[in-house]
Design a protein around this ligand. Structure first.
Ligand code: CAA
Length: 246
């Protein structure tokens, strides 16, 4: 059997790189999709994935036509996408009273519309072939809301609504669709937080520390397994106990 092709959006970011590595270790051919506007990120990603079956494909996932072109090109050059992990995400934190319209639209486009843009172009093929794994990286802040994140929380909660709806549409076709909701993970995104806020957040995490990208990547790898065929429409929290629910 051919090695299954996996696409990871936000693939050269903190979580994305770890996800690429774990999927490659699981025997997948991996394509990391991301913007190529920051050479230092790309260099770090290249070093972190050296020797693995992982390559980089530049694409703005907020651009519907660019996503169509990307999936078409990958299909011709590498074969059909059988695993899709939507991990592209940005923050533009501000209280709603101060939020600029662009802060709203950028976050909704990158975090939520990108999920539509990619899923729309891969799901037909997955259904036809009778196999697919889609994992959307949501957030604890989509489950609880967070001060200064009306944009981000709306997008992240929206991702899980999308997950459940699509899961129903493809459940009989061998395609699973799930969300993973990270808590605060030690990446560039959380390192950008004001030091006093970071300290407050860590103090409120029952495990007593931020999570590691590998904690998320392990969960994604599990959901993408060929044998993980009876988990769909689920949300798996990986948050150090920050938000407990059932
Ligand atoms: N709850 C209630 N009140 C709060 C609050 C909170 N969590 N945080 C701040 N406030 C209060 C402040 O005490 C302050 O009150 P006063 O006006 O009475 O003094 C007021 O709200 C304004 O607070 P700031 O000084 O922080 O306001 P700001 O405009 O300078 O900054 C902000 C606003 C940018 C949103 C800043 O508060 C912030 O960065 N907050 C953290 C947001 C956050 O957690 N983002 C997560 C990013 S990581 C991520 O998103 C990854 C993931 O998926 C988990």
């Amino acid at each position: 059997m051919n090695k299954r092709l996996a696409v990871v959006t936000g693939g050269i970011g903190g979580l994305g790189t770890a996800i690429c590595r774990h999927l490659a270790h699981d025997g997948r051919r991996v394509v990391a999709v991301d913007l190529d506007d920051r050479p230092e990120r790309l260099a770090r990603f290249t070093a972190d994935t050296a020797g693995l079956d992982v390559r980089f494909a530049p694409c703005d996932v907020a651009d519907y036509d660019a996503c169509a072109d990307l999936i078409d090109r990958l299909g011709r050059e590498l074969g059909p996408v059988e695993i899709l992990v939507n991990a592209a995400g940005i923050t533009r934190d501000a209280t709603l009273r101060k939020m600029e319209r662009t802060q709203w639209t950028q976050v909704l486009r990158v975090n939520l519309e990108s999920v539509f843009n990619l899923c729309r172009h891969v799901v037909g093929g997955m259904v036809e072939r009778g196999f697919g794994r889609i994992v959307n990286i949501s957030s604890v802040n989509g489950q609880t809301g967070q001060f200064g994140q009306t944009n981000y929380a709306a997008a992240k909660a929206g991702m899980h609504g999308f997950t459940m709806a699509l899961a129903r549409e493809v459940a009989r076709k061998g395609v699973t669709v799930n969300s993973v909701s990270p808590g605060y993970i030690d990446t560039e995104m959380t390192r950008a937080l004001r030091e006093d806020l970071r300290a407050q957040i860590i103090a409120s995490i029952p495990v007593g520390r931020m999570g590691r990208p590998d904690d998320i990547a392990r969960t994604v790898r599990f959901l993408c397994g060929d044998d993980a065929d009876y988990i769909t429409g689920a949300n798996i929290p990986v948050n150090g106990g920050l938000f407990m629910s059932f």
